[in-house]
Design a binder for this molecule. Structure first.
Ligand SMILES: C[S@@+](CC[C@H](N)C(=O)[O-])C[C@H]1O[C@@H](n2cnc3c(N)ncnc32)[C@H](O)[C@@H]1O
Length: 436
């Protein structure tokens, strides 16, 4: 457990809040379990990521309870790692009597281990803040055999009337919502992206139009997308500038049909205009770079704050060789190197990116900087004639994009974009994948 977490834990143990004192003993228990029974040995014996996680989550859950309306509802999404500990934390912070459901979201896809049952569900804990809360029943069609019985008798065996048209309420076991994988047009490549349908179900069930939805860990913004689509107000929070850039772009993207423009949203600690972006670039060029990569939906490279060899991120796309009328394509995954400049641009910087592209196994280079360096960049690019092509046309190998144009929704000129942020940067051939 890090020093600052250990200090916070001591404050909780010695403080006046009975809930915090109670939880502190749970964290000590988790610390002991981790040290003795979770395979920690040697140096790891002195650390406790489980206890730190629970402590930090609890701090945030206390803050959420403070701002949650008396009639509000919270859904907490967990997987098998710590869900069972988090349930205890939730029982303490939100009160056991306010527990409503443990929803099991089942999905498929991904890896299959050889010697274990594949882990293919997540858990959503649903708590309210009192016994007055919104709940809109969602229904699904009856199973076929129930429908057959229903044709002869509108009463079930228990004497309840069956309304075939209305359907039956969905239970706490959700199997009809798929994860966002493959060519799914929703896919942004954010590693923990959740399906829009999941967030739509949660929001539809537990809120009314104009209600306020808060997602304090909102990643690529699925909750804010769903909230806007369903006519709710929303606030999305994420610690990562990459996520904020991605989310900003997502809610403004005309393809998402949310009808929002820059003047409809406000952003805290991230840029909305070119002037804001310049201020951010001056204050912290690394955060600025992260935010640009998120906005462009490019892979963010895992790297320290040192020389990056001219590569800040990779924008993945596909060159298509064939596309039939049904949308089947044959293509190859490609990557464009993205280089973000927060300040002054020299001709050498642009030439260096070109050299990096030529010596890499990637196809294109995108130079991003502020518009004031337009002439410098275009003078160099004017002498570079390299192009690559696919069935959709030909594209310049070296391109530039101003931050100003990016904020106006302009994209680099590339064939089919299919960004992935999981760190895979080596192009791999694909065959016959469907676009939609
Ligand atoms: C599981 S992901 C959420 C995914 C989201 N539902 C989506 O569809 O993209 C958790 C997010 O919490 C963010 N995060 C982690 N610690 C945070 C903190 N202390 N404050 C705010 N966000 C945080 C991470 O950057 C990550 O994007």
């Amino acid at each position: 457990m890090a020093n600052e977490d250990a200090c916070m834990l001591r404050k909780w143990e010695d403080g006046n809040d009975p809930k915090k004192r109670y939880l502190a003993s749970l964290f000590q228990l988790a610390r002991g379990i981790e040290q003795n029974f979770m395979g920690g040995g040697g140096k790891r014996k002195r650390t406790s990521s489980l206890a730190s996680y629970l402590l930090n989550m609890s701090e945030r859950l206390f803050a959420i309870r403070r701002v949650l309306k008396d009639t509000g509802v919270i859904y907490l999404h967990c997987d098998w790692n710590a869900g069972h500990y988090i349930k205890i934390v939730m029982d303490v912070i939100f009160d056991k009597k306010n527990f409503r459901n443990e929803i099991v979201w089942c999905y498929s896809g991904g890896g299959i281990p050889g010697k274990d049952f594949p882990r293919k569900h997540d858990t959503l804990f649903r708590y309210t803040n009192s016994d007055i809360y919104t709940f809109h029943v969602i229904r699904k069609p009856y199973k076929e055999n129930t429908q057959q019985v229903g044709i002869h008798s509108t009463y079930s065996g228990k004497g309840n009337k069956i309304d075939l048209e209305r359907g039956t309420p969905i239970t706490d076991w959700w199997t009809d919502i798929k994860t966002v994988t493959g060519w799914n047009p929703e896919r942004l490549g954010y590693p923990t992206q959740k399906p829009l349908a999941l967030l739509e179900r949660i929001i539809t069930t537990s809120s009314n139009e104009d209600d306020l939805i808060l997602d304090p860990f909102c990643g690529c913004g699925t909750a804010v997308h769903a909230a806007e689509k369903l006519g709710r107000q929303w606030i999305g929070v994420d610690i990562s500038h990459f996520a904020v850039g991605l989310m900003q772009r997502r809610v403004l993207d005309p393809e998402n049909n949310l009808g929002l423009s820059l003047s409809d949203i406000s952003v805290h600690k991230a840029p909305l205009t070119a002037d804001d972006a310049k201020r951010m670039a001056l204050q912290d060029r690394f955060k600025f770079e992260e935010w640009v990569l998120g906005y462009l939906q490019a892979n963010q490279l895992q790297k320290g704050r040192g020389p990056d060899g001219g590569i800040d991120g990779i924008l993945e796309f596909y060159t298509l060789f064939e596309q039939d009328e049904e949308g089947n394509v044959k293509g190859e995954r490609q990557g464009a190197i993205v280089q973000v400049k927060s300040g002054k641009v020299t001709p050498d910087a642009v030439k260096a990116l070109h050299s990096t592209v030529l010596t890499s196994n990637l196809t294109a280079g995108i130079f991003v900087c502020f518009k004031e360096y337009k002439n410098t960049v275009e003078n160099v690019l004017g002498n570079i004639k390299d192009e690559f092509r696919d069935v959709s046309g030909s594209y310049p190998v070296m391109q530039w994009l101003s931050v100003e144009d990016m904020l106006n929704g302009v994209d680099p000129k590339l064939p089919v974009l299919r960004p992935e942020h999981g760190g895979r940067t080596v192009p791999k051939p694909i065959e016959n994948e469907r676009l939609m």
